[in-house]
Design a protein around this ligand. Sequence first.
Ligand code: AMP
Length: 314
Amino acid sequence: MSLICTGTIGIDSIYTSTGKAEKVLGGSCTYFAAAASFHGPVRIVAAVGGDFGKAHAKVFDKFPNIDTAGLEMRKDSKTFAWGGEYSADMNSRKTLFTELGVLMEAPPKVPAAFADSETVFLANSHPGVQLDLLKQLPARRIAVADTMDLWINTAREPLVALLKQIDGLVLNYDEAELFTGKKNPVTAARHMLADHKNGKKGLKFVVVKKGEHGAIIVHRDGIAALPAYPAEKVIDPTGAGDTFAGGMMGYIAAKAKKRKGKDPFAFEHIQTAIAHGTVVASFNIESFSLSRLLKLKPADLKKRYAEFSKIVRV
Ligand code: AMP
């Protein structure tokens, strides 16, 4: 089932206790697409400005499954840029700056050739932009979104509207707390689901990420928890959430044909998808920007997935 993603393609400057990487390729859509591409084709819809270097653009060509027909180059605009600094234990980060650039302009258009996309992921971006993109995708069968503190604080109204239109939400535990005012992540997720109890439309599951402590999934049919892969090498956690979502949605899209007629949001299916997300994210954090994913082989993923399956077996 065709997978499409929209979100930011940005220029990141990252500072960690292990070093720094300035003006490197980043963005929610970038990380998502790179991770999802290990499972099959992924279409991207995003915009960048005239300052987006050729070297950055070429990175996408190195992932053969990424279709960039929906990447708009706006000569007179500025690319989204973000700076972040991590705590010594890499468990928290502060945003140093966010330059919205093209995100302040009209959202990118979904190319006609992408209108038949059935699996949709709305990576982190302004919820108004996410809603607009969703409207351009009438063939969607499953739509999942990510969000973050900036949007919860500054664009709550379109975010609430978005939740009525999507099937799943992925967010960090502190963002779940910020959105609901509930400290406990399970309570927070339940609270979000409660607004969409029985309807065909609206949230069916919420995935709350807890960094090195893994993720919990609160689903209309149950609740589950999955640890993170116990990584020894953590160089740069940037993109962990986006690659997690990429592995999860890439798996869902890849299995859709075989599962025809079955519930696309089935609890156990989403659980397996999350395990795939966990594994690809564990590679991404081993180096800055996209460096590790650029070298990653499908066999490496398969091996670590098998190892992770043994780790979580009880
Ligand atoms: P993650 O570590 O998974 O949360 O993703 C970090 C990536 O998201 C970085 O590459 C940033 O360029 C991008 N990013 C940071 N802030 C935002 C934001 N407010 N909206 C969209 N993307 C963002």
